[in-house]
Every structure is written in C-alpha cells, then in structure tokens.
Design a protein around this ligand. Sequence first.
Ligand SMILES: *[C@@H]1O[C@H](CO)[C@@H](O)[C@H](O)[C@H]1NC(C)=O
Ligand SMILES: *[C@@H]1O[C@H](CO)[C@@H](O)[C@H](O)[C@H]1NC(C)=O
Ligand SMILES: *[C@@H]1O[C@H](CO)[C@@H](O)[C@H](O)[C@H]1NC(C)=O
Length: 255
Amino acid sequence: MAWLMTAQLLFLLLVAAGWGAQLRTTQARTELLNICMDAKHHKGKPSPEDKLHDQCTPWKKNSCCSVNTSQEAHKDISYLYRFNWDHCGKMEPACKWHFIQDTCLYECSPNLGPWIQQVDQSWRKERILNVPLCKDDCQRWWEDCRTSNTCKINWHKGWNWTSGYNQCPAEAKCAPFHVYFPTPDVLCNEIWSQSYKVSNYSRGSGRCIQMWFDPAHGNPNEEVARFYAEAMSGAEPCRAWALLLSLVLLLWLLS
Ligand SMILES: *[C@@H]1O[C@H](CO)[C@@H](O)[C@H](O)[C@H]1NC(C)=O
Ligand SMILES: *[C@@H]1O[C@H](CO)[C@@H](O)[C@H](O)[C@H]1NC(C)=O
Ligand SMILES: *[C@@H]1O[C@H](CO)[C@@H](O)[C@H](O)[C@H]1NC(C)=O
C-alpha cells in the first residue's frame, strides 16, 4: 500500500506547510504593529510620554514622538520642518488646528505600520502611503479650511525655500483652499502626496484611522492597524488553499 503512505505523507506535508504559512503571517502581522517609522524626528520605538503637549496628548500612553516634537508640532515655522502654514496670509486657527492634529498623528502614532514604505529621500528613510483616514475627519478638515488660502495642491514639493521656510513659487497664485482642493478627498489625498487615502468608513468604525480620539477610551487606531495588518499579510488565502488541498487529498484517500 505504497500509495496510501505517499498520500499520508503528502497530507502531513500540506498540514505542516499550512502551519508554517500561518506562523509567518502572524510574524509579519506583529512586525507591522506598534512601531515607529524611520523618519526625521520619530523615536526608535514607541513608549509612554506623560508630558506630551496639547493636541498631541491622545498619544501619551504610547507614542513615537518626544515631548519636544509634540511642542514643536504646535509652532509656526518650527524646527521640525520649517514649514510656513501662513504662505498665503494667515491661516485661520480652525484650519491650523487640523494641520497640528495631522502633524501629531504623523509624528506620534505607533499605529501606522501597515502603511509604512521605504523611500529614497534625503530627510527620511520611510514614509506613509495610503493611510485610510476616516472620511468625517477629512470632511471637517476641508470645511474648516475653506476660508484659508493656499497656492499649491501638493505641499511636499515645489516651494521656494530660499528664505529658510517655504514660500509660494513665483507662478503659483494664492486662492481660497477650495480652488486648489475642490473636494475633501483632493485635500487629504493630494496635500501630502498620497500619505492618506480617504476611507469610506467613519470614526468609530474600527476600519479607518482617526486623526484624534479620546484617550480615556483607549486608542481606536490600534484595532484598525491590527485589522489591516492581518488583511495585508494574506493569511486568509494561504489557509484556504491548504484546507482545500487537504480536502481533495482526503477525498482521494477515501475513494
Ligand atoms: C526641541 O529641540 C530642538 C533641537 O534640540 C531645539 O532647537 C528646540 O528649541 C527644542 N524645542 C523645545 C520646545 O524645547
Ligand atoms: C524665492 O524667494 C525669494 C525671497 O522671497 C525671492 O527673492 C526669489 O525671487 C524667489 N525665487 C523664485 C524662483 O520664485
Ligand atoms: C465608497 O462609497 C462610494 C459611494 O457609496 C462608492 O462609489 C465608492 O466606490 C466607495 N469606495 C471604496 C474605496 O469602497
């Protein structure tokens, strides 16, 4: 009954392969969770920071930003990136609030792992790409900035930096935000070169990243990162294939 032994051996091999795949995906998943990106100001790994400043306080239990970074995140032309929010006259405080919150999320969140990508840039080795930002967070950002002005869609490149902070390039005209960003999606997706990809999900769904949250109820972005890390590591198709093949073998054995 050599064929029976061969079949049994095959069956065992398949189960082992399924197991191995499962182990590897679990490992891949954990590697994407609770990490800091390798960028300009991020800490090596997340840890508690009791004294985080103002809008960055949601992350104080576990943070990728230092206290210094959280303070600088609230300043104009700060030492972080020398970025000038007021490049077309004063940015409205309600609008700036969202930019500060966006900076806090970027610098402090340990839950952006599933969207970290390697980049070849002088100022950072890693960036975030297509973070599923909650639709309502983006909507409010856009609404609160309608009355402020800007001169560019992509704020990552194309500025005149000769004076040490960004100024509008000569050909770029200042105009209200909605001229450059006709919809919330254009604002959130384009402003930082696709760092965000606005989600169809809303705050509290557990399926999109929130720009702020009440830390008294924990950090909702932890669950979101776990969900996408699992989806991305492709555990499901692997397991499904192993199961299907095992079944086929089993049927063949019994026939
Ligand atoms: C943060 O650190 C930088 C560099 O050491 C320093 O220039 C800056 O003044 C600090 N900011 C605050 C708010 O302490
Ligand atoms: C850049 O800004 C400086 C200082 O405001 C200005 O003198 C220069 O003409 C600008 N260059 C360009 C290319 O717009
Ligand atoms: C989001 O929802 C809209 C309208 O319901 C739909 O047209 C669109 O394809 C959805 N986008 C994604 C990424 O699911």
